[in-house]
Design a protein around this ligand. Structure first.
Ligand code: 5GP
Length: 213
């Protein structure tokens, strides 16, 4: 009997390095992980490609996806829509993958509500100073956008107690391994493996009765 797929939400401050952690997990363990690609109405940043970082949508197209119930969750963040297309996640879960959603907290709460077994991970840099320096250093955002993201970070820090684990990203390599181990351990929890133990119990009962299995 195979385990079923496992849903993981990875959130964190902009500049926490969560995107890099995710890409690294996928390149180290390509058979175990699948990454959901979100839809968004924000403009592509330099170097971003349609269907790789995001599916870039007009507001009308995004609202149509909402109306057609094509999104597992969606939220507004810094004046744009972001949402998780349902079909890919469903397919990958059926293929027993650990499916990672890199989404913000409002979306994370919707996912937890719909799929209570979801593992919620929150990534932070070691300090506020490092977070600010990373955002400024990225050089892709205007000062206004950086300001609104920092303001938003304050709000996100408020809600992050609902997450299961806090990942402190001061060393990428160690962080990737830590996340991988947490996910592997989490999959072994009794409540995620009830169907497996049930099958073993049923077979044991048959042995006790002298039946063939
Ligand atoms: P960015 O514009 O920097 O790529 O992403 C901004 C924020 O939106 C990040 O916190 C990111 O995790 C979040 N985000 C990306 N995709 C989704 C999504 O599908 N749903 C939700 N709720 N948030 C998302």
């Amino acid at each position: 009997m195979k385990d079923t797929g496992f849903l993981i939400v990875l959130s964190g401050f902009a500049g926490s390095g969560k995107g890099t952690i995710m890409k690294e997990l996928l390149s180290r363990y390509p058979d175990e992980y699948a990454l959901s690609v979100s839809a968004t109405t924000r403009q592509p940043r330099p170097g971003e490609a349609e269907g790789r970082e995001y599916f870039f949508k007009t507001t009308e197209a995004f609202e149509q996806m909402i109306a057609d119930d094509e999104l597992l969750e969606y939220a507004r963040y810094v004046d744009h829509y972001y949402g998780t297309p349902r079909s890919y996640v469903t397919e990958q879960l059926a293929a027993c993958k650990n499916v990672i959603l890199e989404i913000e907290i409002q979306g994370a709460l919707q996912i937890r509500e719909r799929f209570p077994e979801t593992l919620l991970l929150f990534v932070t840099p070691p300090s506020a100073q490092i977070l600010r320096d990373r955002l400024v250093g990225r050089g892709t955002e205007t000062p206004e956008v950086i300001h609104s993201r920092l303001a938003r970070a304050v709000e996100e820090a408020d809600g992050c107690e609902v997450y299961d684990y806090l990942i402190i990203n001061d060393d990428l390599d160690a962080c990737v391994e830590e996340v991988h181990h947490i996910i592997r351990s989490e999959r072994c929890r009794m409540r995620h493996r009830l169907s497996r133990i049930e099958a073993i119990k049923q077979d044991l009962k048959k042995y006790v009765k002298g039946e063939q299995i």
